[in-house]
Design a protein around this ligand. Structure first.
Ligand code: SF4
Length: 398
């Protein structure tokens, strides 16, 4: 990795640094400092139940759809990132919100909950590789370069929920909004209106969601999109390319959804009679273009739940969710779209030993792994989140 002057960067190692403390190149920590119970302990389920019962109404457990079954079993509510953040905000009486998900989600929950509530992430190493693809100093550098190119004053940032609180705060400070995978079309329409004629959107950090929303959902030309590479001077773009573009897509992607391929869609259509392909909009544009249905995890669940018995699905989203859908809807024929895609490794960091450790610590009066966003950052991030909540037609479906 290099700076714009070509100097190698040592503070943005692409690898997970092992050891105590924090990985400064990442939005997450690097390890769990506690004495975890052994994964083989046969009493773990009972221990989790007992700790949860002991904490009673003081505790609220949130479980993201991509979490393991062993963790989802203890969730008071399941959902995707924004739904869970809103669920947390709707429980002002819960003293502790244990977030079984990844770091950026716990940050959003902390921003949206009261100061008297504590959000706990059972394993600090549960980050998100997509969120890590946009570091705040890179985003600030990008904005400075947009200023230099004379386009910053007509550019509105739109930032996907899957980003650090610092980048949400950047978005709030620059008049932009947050979006989720279910309201990206509304958010982008709003931002394009704000930007005005000849204006632009800087879409962070998932290039695929940005491109799919602009070209597929809004039906606008792909040629209006350019990709900003944070590792190259001026994003690897010329001033003319920047001036001509409407969508400046940050070069980030989901390590799971980015792997679903055109070949996998073609194989599913060849091998599964009458199959319907349903994928998440974090998938690549070519894959989304071939799918029958595209939507957030909440939409995927709703669509499959509403389909007639016997419908065959090839599903392109995280494997924990697809396996659960197959178990929940045995009357449907559900296949995982791509044989070479694994679970999301960071989502899977939250396992039963970490959950038991976090809950039993709370019972003992120790708060472990609290997620506390800096108040200044939280204030500006909240501005961007509130702009999203005020978008026309915003619902609680994501
Ligand atoms: S599935 Fe993708 S976007 Fe979601 S937490 Fe994992 S890496 Fe991040």
């Amino acid at each position: 990795m290099t700076t714009t002057t070509g100097t190698p960067r040592t503070d943005r190692l692409p690898l997970l640094v092992l050891g105590q403390g924090r990985d400064l190149a990442s939005e997450r920590g690097v390890e769990c400092p506690g004495d975890l119970p052994a994964p083989s302990d046969p009493g773990l389920v009972e221990r989790a139940r007992a700790a949860k019962a002991a904490l009673g109404d003081r505790l609220f457990v949130l479980g993201h759809h991509y979490q393991r079954d062993e963790v989802i079993e203890f969730a008071d509510v399941t959902g995707d990132s924004f739904k869970l953040a809103k669920e947390a905000a709707a429980r002002p009486d819960a003293e502790f919100v244990v977030f079984c998900g990844v770091h950026f989600m716990a940050e959003s929950a902390d921003i949206l909950t009261a100061d008297t509530q504590t959000v706990v992430l059972p394993d600090l190493a549960a980050g998100c590789s997509m969120a890590d693809m946009a570091a705040i100093d890179q985003v600030e550098e990008c904005w400075d370069e947009l200023v230099e190119a004379g386009v910053a004053d007509v550019t509105v940032p739109v930032t996907y929920m899957n980003s650090s609180a610092a980048i949400k705060a950047f978005t709030g400070r620059h008049g932009g909004t947050i979006c989720t995978s279910s309201n990206a079309e509304t958010a982008l329409t709003w931002a394009l209106e704000q930007a005005g004629d000849g204006g632009k959107v800087l879409f962070l950090p998932d290039q695929h969601l940005g491109r799919n929303t602009y070209a597929r959902d809004l039906g606008r030309p792909l040629e209006d999109c350019v990709v900003w590479d944070p590792h190259r001077p001026m994003g690897g773009l010329t001033p003319e390319q920047l001036r001509d573009a409407t969508m400046i897509l940050w070069r980030g992607h989901c390590s799971v959804h980015g792997r679903f391929s055109v070949e996998a869609v073609e194989a599913a259509r060849r091998e599964i009679p009458d199959v319907k392909v349903i994928v998440h909009p974090e998938c690549r544009h070519e894959v989304v273009g071939l799918a029958d249905e595209v939507g957030s995890t909440e939409k995927i669940i709703r669509t499959i739940a509403a389909a007639p018995a016997g419908t065959a699905w090839a599903v392109g989203t995280e494997l924990n969710l697809v396996r659960r859908l197959a178990a929940q809807f045995p009357e449907q024929r559900i296949a995982f779209l791509e044989k070479n895609v694994c679970y999301c490794s960071t989502m899977n960091r939250i396992d039963l030993p970490h959950l038991v450790w976090a809950l039993e610590s709370l019972v003992d009066g120790r708060v472990v792994n609290p997620i506390r966003v800096d108040p200044e950052v939280a204030h500006h991030a909240r501005v961007a989140l509130d702009r999203m909540l005020a978008l026309p037609g915003e619902t609680s479906k994501d």
